[in-house]
Design a protein around this ligand. Sequence first.
Ligand code: RI2
Length: 313
Amino acid sequence: MLADTAEKIKRMEIRGAGRIARAAVKALDDHSDTLLTKDLQDYLARMEEAADTLLETRPTAVSLPNAVRSVMSVLREQYPGVEEAKSAFRERCSAFITASGQAVQRIGEIGARHIRNGDTLLTHCNSEAALACILEAKRQGKEISVFATEVRPRNQGHLTIRTLDKAGIPTSFIVDSAARYFMNEVDLVVVGADAVSVNGAVVNKIGTSQIALAAREARTRVMVAAETYKFAPRTILGEYIEIEERDPGEVLSPALSGQLPNVRVRNPAFDVTPADYVDLIVTEAGAIPPQMAYIIIRDVLGWDIGEYSGGFG
Ligand code: RI2
């Protein structure tokens, strides 16, 4: 069951940073229920093992370790027995899943305020949080239209255009490389994030940084929609966010690759957009300029640089 969810996350049958986090928490919750041991230490060890299996699935989306660590932290408290630990864990998991859903809704409400009547938007990949802003603006009666990219190699743009179409939003579907061509017609770029670092750099689907670069040149604003649990606390320690490089077969068929011995396919799934190319990050705690990312890490996620750096007395 847990192995099944881990496999689905790896294969991207379950994808999207928020969905991955919720699926991992749900899998841990179910796993806890299936453990029959009456020995508390044994239960805790098996839960740690399960958490590790999930953490190894995809390296970039910080929502995954943040979610797993947040629910696992409840197991560090003292319990008289397995049943009490299980019940506290169940409660924590359900609270996380509810809060995660509410965060997307709140981001939609806040993000929609930054979308004006008549705006043309551009979105890249398939982000629940970014779409929440767009759908809420539409629900409020704003007349908007959207450019949606294809998103090679996994074509997540197909999911996005289905959602936009269903909402009755006029949408132009474009190949990824057409983003700059259309950028002068765009008022606002709206994308999600897999991770946000302490310096406000945004890690998102490969191609996002090229789009942000084109947007900057065209003086088009860039808004990122990201739940606070996508902010990466360990970046305050100077840690880099690992960029996942996926199977070359997603880009070129193994048959064709086999005929081209001098060609090596590179397939990074994400890239990094520097804070300077982002105007606003919309979180459920409010909209911030990217340079204020540390405040989210400190005040919402509870990581204080003083505590971890050992510096400044
Ligand atoms: P939400 C996705 O990654 C995309 O990069 C998307 O922008 C981001 O997660 C955030 O998505 P992938 O799983 O959490 O498609 O906003 O590689 O849905």
